[in-house]
Unconditional design. Structure first.
Length: 295
């Protein structure tokens, strides 16, 4: 199976019950996502609460995702770390688990220089046999892969870094990356609310939070963008925008787990330090789900 990097790609939540990974719920979520048109799956990203998972559990979740997907869509495992040696080990674990690609943030907390970011990914790619998707999310990592550094990484190691998930919020970077990395370099939005403009500027899809609870709408939105029907896509954007906003009215993934509880009966349980969303956030999610026609 070739690696498909376009369309609606949910950054999956990880269901928990009584503190433990709820494997049956997760398998059901995967089947629903594929049936509703999601084009790939990302287990153990930020939305999957990977920061609270021990390594064994983390890659058990990846393995379950691979088993349940059964090759129907690619599985892109979150493997980033602020320790280069751990990031390398995570890539090997992802490969052993059967993942098709890995999604990697630059080192967080340490705040490396642009040279440090480059050398981190230089070391990772030398030991990683899977395609790597760069994930730039400065609001969480406090580390920004600047466009010139991203281009340096992509050109230094042809074929290894196949895409970027850009959650910088800077739409001008889509054009900057097209200029420096070429129009065929795959760019995926990391922000649901910006995905329409991102695609219009040259993006290929979105690694999405909202797609957890609205997979069909998100897939249809992305399909409209890919066919150049931006008038149709705008209709979907108007329908989904309140939900995109509501899902970040409190710390994620609290609101998206609440939404999945409403729509799918999924467990809303979170792991500390994440806690349930506020009453105001839940009310915003309820209103947005109704606006989107999901409840």
């Amino acid at each position: 199976m070739g690696l498909l990097l376009s369309g609606s790609i949910p950054a999956l939540v990880t269901p928990f019950r009584n503190g433990a990974f709820a494997e049956g719920d997760f398998r059901d979520l995967i089947d629903w996502q594929i049936a509703e048109g999601s084009s790939a799956l990302v287990p153990c990203g930020t939305t999957g609460e990977s920061a609270t998972m021990p390594k064994g559990e983390h890659f058990h979740v990846v393995r379950v995702c691979v088993e349940q997907a059964k090759g129907r869509v690619p599985v892109i495992a979150g493997t980033g770390s602020n320790d280069t040696a751990v990031a390398i080990a995570n890539c090997r674990e992802a490969m052993d688990a059967g993942a098709d690609a890995v999604l990697m943030v630059p080192p967080y907390y340490n705040r490396p220089s642009q040279e440090g970011i480059f050398r981190h990914f230089e070391a990772v790619q030398a030991a990683c046999e899977l395609p790597i998707i760069l994930y730039n999310v400065p609001s969480r990592t406090v580390t920004d892969i600047l466009p010139e550094t991203l281009a340096r990484i992509v050109h230094a190691f042809p074929g290894k870094f196949v895409a970027v998930k850009d959650a910088s919020g800077d739409l001008a970077r889509v054009s900057a990356h097209r200029q420096s990395c070429g129009p065929d370099f795959v760019q995926l939005s990391g922000n649901d609310d910006l995905a329409l403009a991102y695609n219009a500027a040259g993006g290929s899809g979105c690694i999405s939070v909202t797609a957890n609870v609205a997979p069909r709408l998100c897939a249809d939105f992305q399909a409209a963008c890919q066919t150049g029907d931006f008038a149709k896509a705008l209709g979907y954007q108007d329908r989904l925008f309140p939900l995109h906003a509501a899902l970040f009215t409190d710390a994620s993934p609290g609101p998206i787990k609440y939404a999945l509880g409403k729509v799918r009966g999924l467990s809303t349980e979170l792991r500390l330090p994440m806690v349930e969303p506020s009453a105001a956030s839940m009310a915003a999610v309820d209103a947005a789900l109704a606006h989107a026609g999901l409840i």
